[in-house]
Structure formats: C-alpha cells, structure tokens
Design a protein around this ligand. Structure first.
Ligand code: RTP
Ligand code: MG
Length: 176
C-alpha cells in the first residue's frame, strides 16, 4: 500500500495488518434510536449512549431536534387509533429528543435487546428500560423493530443521509 492511501473501507488490509485471521468484516445493519424527552430531562443521555457504544455499535448519525406533530404522526402511524396514541404524540413532541443512527452486526435486534421490554416496570434488570425506569409510556428510548422499519425511520430522521466511516476497532469487534 502506498503511503497516504487510506485502507479500503471494509477491505482486507486492516484485518491482515493486525494479524487477524479473518479477511473481511461482516455485513452490518443500521437502526434508528430515539432518546425520548424523559431521557434528556432526567440527564440520562450520556449513560444510555455509553451502553450502545460499549456494546460495539457505531454512531453514523446524531441529531438534537424537536419532533413536530406531523413527524410524530408519520413515525407512529402504526399506533394511530390506539388508546395511548394521543398521549404518546404529546409526550414525544413536548420537548427535544435525540435521534441516533447506530450501525453494527444485527443492529436492529441488538438494540432492542439492550432496550428491554416496552414498559420499564416489566423490563428485565440489565436492560436500559429495566435499569432506569418504572413508567409505561416514559420509557426513555425508541428502537426500530425491524430492518424495514429502520429504513423508513432513518429516512424520516436523516433525510440527508448518514456518515460512512470505518471505526478503528471494527476489526476486533465485528467478526465475519
Ligand atoms: P418504541 O416503538 O418506542 O421503541 O417502543 P416499543 O416498540 O417497545 O413499543 P410500541 O408498542 O411500539 O409502543 C410505542 C410507544 O408507545 C408508548 N406506549 N404506551 N401506556 C401504554 O399503554 C403504552 N403503550 C405504548 C411507549 O412509549 C412505547 O414505547
Ligand atoms: Mg415500537
């Protein structure tokens, strides 16, 4: 490799250089995470984000924003008409949220497991919702529930696209 030429993203050079036997990185998924208003009001953003980072997920998008009622209606279209819908939209639009795009192997399912069950009171200890809350509606985080939902939600929150970069630790975290 010539000096000054960056290793090809996802290519074999970085792994071989580090003495690792595998020649390539695995396919990765990208999922949408929202830090809901209660996470910001309670000052839990740093602690929750640290869990996702420590797990080995890569940040490829990050925004602080105020969700409009129209945006909430699109994001929660599947829940329209349910008894909790109006309260949910009111909660999510009450104050700013943080939108995060996280990437890694099976990121959709990995994030959902880290989050825990929907209601804090039922969520397993060790999960984000299980460790930080006892509320039903105010459950700190959202995570896409399928790769299809993730694609739709990422488009809604990151219409200008995401940042592609290869984390230096990928070779030691993500095996093919
Ligand atoms: P999320 O979409 O936020 O990741 O949560 P989820 O998949 O675990 O739960 P979902 O069924 O999609 O519900 C969306 C959000 O609506 C609120 N909710 N409140 N009070 C209630 O009965 C009730 N049910 C749902 C929660 O904030 C839930 O995360
Ligand atoms: Mg959901």
């Amino acid at each position: 490799m010539r000096r000054g030429v960056a290793p090809r993203p996802g290519g074999p050079y970085p792994l071989r250089r580090q003495g690792l036997p595998r020649a390539s990185l695995p396919a990765v998924e990208t999922t949408l995470v929202l830090f809901k208003p209660d996470a910001l009001h309670r000052g839990l953003v740093g602690r929750i984000l640290a869990r996702f980072e420590a797990k080995g997920l890569q940040i490829v998008g990050l925004r602080l924003l105020r969700m409009s009622p129209e945006m909430a209606a699109r994001h929660y279209a599947e829940h329209q008409g349910k008894p909790f819908y109006e309260g949910l939209v009111g909660f999510m639009t009450a104050s700013p949220i943080i939108a995060l795009a996280l990437r890694g192997p099976e990121a959709v399912a990995v994030v959902r497991r880290l989050m825990g069950a929907t209601f804090g009171i039922e969520a397993e200890a060790g999960t984000i919702r299980g460790d930080f809350g006892v509320s039903r509606s105010y459950n700190l985080v959202h995570g896409s529930d399928s790769p299809e939902s993730a694609a739709r939600e990422l488009e809604l929150f990151f219409p200008d696209g995401l940042e592609d970069w290869e984390p230096v630790q990928a070779a030691w975290l993500w095996d093919a």
